[in-house]
Design a protein around this ligand. Structure first.
Ligand SMILES: *Cc1c(COP(=O)(O)O)cnc(C)c1O
Length: 422
């Protein structure tokens, strides 16, 4: 990219952006506000606000319980089939269910039950804490006989593929990693790791929370065993929208959920006293799904399918390359360092900037500069570049406003003591 650091250059990139019109499909109440947190809570699609009204008034208000027979019961599988189109999964392998955290438990337990003789679980210290807690909880429930090996990033940002491969041995039951890690945005080579784990007889569970809707995911091609991920981040599904889970076809006969609920039973409405798991992915559901949330998430998924993952990824790369060029020119001289790998094939769609005063800078951005990034301990300001609605001019603005926070010493007005939600 030939590059200059003027705002006009950003505007020229926006004019060439084929996805630019998707921004108008979202509710944006304040055009001056720079939203850089689409990787934590995606924006509200206009179609969602219409659809939610219809679900509430018509499906719930008018049709009442009849709606269970008119689409509600099938919704988790039906919407799961749509998400399958975003994660490279053939049909019958994806369902919407529970939260990512609960799905991690179900899938990790399922994997450990399939490899009862093996006592090692591999993950990394870059993983999201809830993922690590779930693995610890699984080990606890199973009698504390598993070791959890947490690989450490040599450079603080990434764990090399070879380091992961070297850790996998004949005692390894499960490799559980985030495909794109939440702090540095590092992206693993999922296919190589999955293939090698299989050679060693281990199973692999991928957390796709920061991948789905931002980078191409090819679960079938990777031959992944299990996967789960959030829908309220890049998929714009709404706060607390339920997660999705994937279980590979070839495992579905033997794999069992550790939570035997009626929605995962063969015939929920036969009210049988003994549990017989449903065939296929349905057995990984447990109880009544949050119907309003499942259906409210669907328009966000539809938008992603319409825009297409390849164009979204292409734009996301362009956005992050542009941000890094501005970073080199304007922020590195102010004491920032990059908390994200520079190699395109090793990163997702957010970029972390590190600074010793990051917490105070982040507060000043929110409270004085009308920017919403997020802060991750100890010194990361995360900029989520959701390609659906983030413009190049947004990126220019965020860098410019960060510069002003430093040069005008605005961050010094804020204490370094943490607020409870960052
Ligand atoms: C956001 C995120 C979660 C959150 O899980 P919830 O159950 O939805 O709270 C889990 N794992 C990763 C990697 C995440 O990025």
């Amino acid at each position: 990219m030939s590059f200059d650091s003027s705002p006009d250059f950003a505007k020229s990139l926006d004019r060439q952006d084929k996805l630019a019109s998707y921004r108008d499909r979202f509710f944006i109440s304040d055009q001056d506000m720079i939203y850089m947190d689409g990787n934590s809570l995606g924006r509200l699609p206009l179609a969602t606000s219409q659809r939610v009204n219809e679900i509430i008034m018509k499906e719930w208000g008018e049709n009442l319980i009849r709606s269970w027979g008119q689409g509600w019961f099938e919704a988790p599988i039906r919407v799961g089939e749509k998400i399958a189109g975003l994660v490279g999964a053939d049909h019958g392998q994806v369902a919407v269910s529970d939260s990512t955290t609960v799905n991690l438990y179900k899938l990790a337990m399922s994997a450990l039950m399939l490899r009862p003789e093996r006592k090692k679980i591999i993950t990394d210290t870059l993983n999201f804490p809830s993922d690590l807690y779930m693995l610890q909880g699984c080990s606890h429930v199973l009698g504390g006989k598993h070791t959890i090996q947490m690989l450490e990033p040599a450079d603080g940002l990434r764990v090399d593929t070879q380091t992961v491969l070297d850790a996998i041995d004949s005692n390894t039951a499960l490799v559980a990693l985030s495909h794109v890690v939440f702090k540095s945005g590092y992206m693993y080579d999922a296919k190589t790791i999955t293939q090698y784990a299989h050679q060693k007889g281990a199973l692999v569970l991928w957390d796709l929370s920061h991948s789905v809707g931002s980078v191409p995911v090819e679960l079938d091609d990777w031959n992944a065993d299990f996967a789960t991920g959030c829908t309220y981040k890049y998929l714009n599904g709404g706060p607390g929208a339920p997660a999705f889970l994937y279980v590979r076809n070839g495992l579905q006969k033997e794999a069992l959920s550790p939570i035997w609920g009626w929605f995962g039973e063969r015939a929920p409405f036969s009210f049988e006293l003994g549990y017989t798991p449903a065939q296929g992915i349905q057995r990984f559901l447990c109880g009544t799904p949050p119907v309003l949330s499942v259906l409210a998430m669907e328009p966000g998924v539809d938008l992603m399918l319409e825009a297409g993952i390849q164009p979204l990824r292409a734009k996301s790369i362009q956005l992050s390359n542009y941000l890094m060029a501005l970073f080199d020119a304007n922020l590195a001289p102010l004491g920032f360092s990059l908390g994200t790998p520079r190699e395109v094939e090793q990163r997702g769609s957010h970029v972390s900037l590190r600074h010793p005063d990051a917490y105070q800078i982040n507060r000043a951005l929110i409270e004085e500069m009308n920017v919403i990034p997020d802060f991750r301990e100890p010194d990361n300001i995360r900029l989520g570049l959701a390609p659906m609605y983030t413009s190049f001019h947004d990126v220019w603005e965020v860098v410019n406003r960060i510069e002003r926070v430093i040069t005008e010493k605005r961050y010094l007005r804020f204490p370094a003591t943490r607020l409870s939600v960052t």
